[in-house]
Design a protein around this ligand. Structure first.
Ligand code: FES
Length: 166
């Protein structure tokens, strides 16, 4: 329950089945010291992200202040407060990529897939993030999709590249 309401009423992703699994994870780790990070990792493995209402739920379950949970989630880039798509697109906004036209690439991604930064496209196919230099400036502009690095990306090529990811 969250402020007297079922979590699923607040966030449809948090079904009774998901919450039961979260309870199970909390139950396993509750009495162990340093349990917060393992719990957050396991829960994110199920839900894909850690929205604030779920953080509050975990905070009460583990008896850890909500501010501590929030602090950990925002500190480690591994954790996400927004849903992730099946494929995460990371677009480099470092200087070399910027100079070589990554803004136009980004615009094309956003318009072709109706995708906003920090959001998920329809059907949870893609999520979009902006990142700093990926250390591959010689390939600028650079985009990473899942574990694949794509260099010299142009607005014309980017849609074809992304169409390979279903
Ligand atoms: S600035 Fe984009 S890879 Fe370095």
């Amino acid at each position: 329950m969250y402020f007297g309401r079922q979590l699923s009423e607040i966030n449809p992703d948090l079904t009774a089945e998901i919450v039961a699994k979260v309870d199970e994870i909390i139950g396993v780790h509750k009495s162990k010291p340093g349990s917060l990070i393992p719990v957050l990792e396991e829960v994110q493995g199920i839900t894909g992200y850690l929205p604030v209402e779920l953080q509050d739920y975990i905070s009460r379950g583990l008896n850890v202040p909500a501010s501590t949970v929030y602090g950990v989630v925002t500190f480690y880039s591994f954790f996400s407060m927004v849903p992730k798509g099946r494929h995460t697109i990371k677009v480099c906004m470092g200087t070399a990529c910027y100079v070589r036209g990554v803004s136009e690439v980004l615009n094309r991604i956003q318009s072709a897939f109706k995708l906003e930064v920090g959001k998920v496209s329809e059907g949870k196919r893609f999520s979009l993030e902006l990142v700093r230099c990926l250390g591959a400036c010689g390939l600028a502009p650079v985009m990473v999709v899942g574990g694949d690095t794509h260099g010299a990306v142009t607005p014309d090529r980017v849609v074809d590249i992304l169409d390979r990811y279903k």
